[in-house]
Design a protein around this ligand. Structure first.
Ligand code: ZN
Length: 303
């Protein structure tokens, strides 16, 4: 059925509650901003409280304009946005499979140079979707095991790909874990302290997946979990697309961790543009001797 652009937009809004935190008065100013589509609406985590922290964090920098697609299980069959309208898709989604048409459109978008940011349990989603698992590099739960790819971790100064049998995805108890930058010469990590603490939360371990075209930027030691240095920040290339994957971000409180916020900001800009233009983050702002947290409103705007 033919639809005019206006009707399509209205239909889109009705179908999956597309909302925006930018006002129409700011539309002109927004033209230069990085356009983000945050997708949520289903997750085994508290997406209703988590997503606003991410939106406010990105918005506080002044660098991003954010739209949100709330894809509940009742709306997933209707979800089929024009991904090409956005510079980057930010997934906080861990739910029902998207319909075939949407998945194909998303793969095309990424292959042709689109961008994806995957946060925490978003890497639990779509265990059966081969292309998505290639995009995220590593994933957990959903029946993932050795059939999905190796465990990938850091040992004795290098990356290990471990094909041993076993489940994909687990975690120990909640604690303030130390993130260690392993790839210092990447736009996301250049300008970050080499070690810093993340706010109290669980640390994913034993993720597995194809891990192709993947760079592990930072790891953390999964004390009481796998007892291995597990990937925390990763980049993956897929076709012409750029993907940033962070395992941080379990809760709305841990998303107020400066470690989560600064890596989300830099990772989202890098995924969208291939560059990071934000200033360096000092060890005072992002320390290793305590887990720094702040409200998104206290983030300085980008200049
Ligand atoms: Zn979690």
């Amino acid at each position: 059925m033919f639809k005019t652009p206006f009707i399509t937009l209205v239909a889109l809004a009705l179908q999956f509650s597309l909302t925006s935190i930018t006002s129409s008065a700011a539309d002109k100013k927004d033209a230069a901003k990085i356009k983000v589509l945050l997708v949520d609406g289903q997750n085994n985590h508290d997406w209703m409280r988590c997503s606003p922290v991410m939106m406010e964090t990105l918005d506080a920098t002044g660098r991003f304009s954010i739209e949100r697609a709330i894809v509940t299980k009742f709306e997933v069959e209707k979800f089929n946005p024009d991904f090409s309208k956005y510079d980057v898709v930010l997934s906080n989604y861990n739910g029902a499979s998207w319909k075939k048409e949407t998945k194909e459109s998303f793969v095309k978008y990424i292959k042709e140079g689109g961008s994806l940011v995957v946060v925490h349990a978003a890497d639990n989603s779509f265990p059966q979707w081969k292309e998505f698992n290639e995009m995220i590099g590593l994933g957990g739960w959903g029946g993932r095991n050795e059939k999905d790819g190796p465990y990938v971790y850091w040992k004795d100064g290098k990356i290990v790909r471990d094909d041993s049998k076993g489940r994909g995805g687990s975690h120990g108890s909640h604690w303030e874990y130390k993130v260690i930058v392993r790839e210092k010469d990447h736009p996301i990590t250049r300008g970050l302290p080499t070690e810093f603490l993340q706010a109290k939360e669980e640390l994913y371990d034993r993720l597995r997946g194809p891990g192709k075209n993947m760079t592990i930027l930072a790891t953390a030691f999964a004390k009481g979990g796998s007892d291995r240095h597990e990937p925390v920040l990763m980049t993956i290339s897929y076709g012409k697309g750029r993907i940033f994957h962070t395992v941080m971000g379990h809760s709305h409180t841990s998303m107020k961790g400066v470690a989560f916020q600064e890596t989300l900001i830099r990772g989202t800009e890098w995924a969208a543009t291939g560059k990071v233009t934000f200033p360096s983050v000092t060890a005072t702002e992002l320390p290793v001797d305590r887990a720094a947290s702040r409200e998104p409103k206290d983030i300085k705007p980008f200049k």
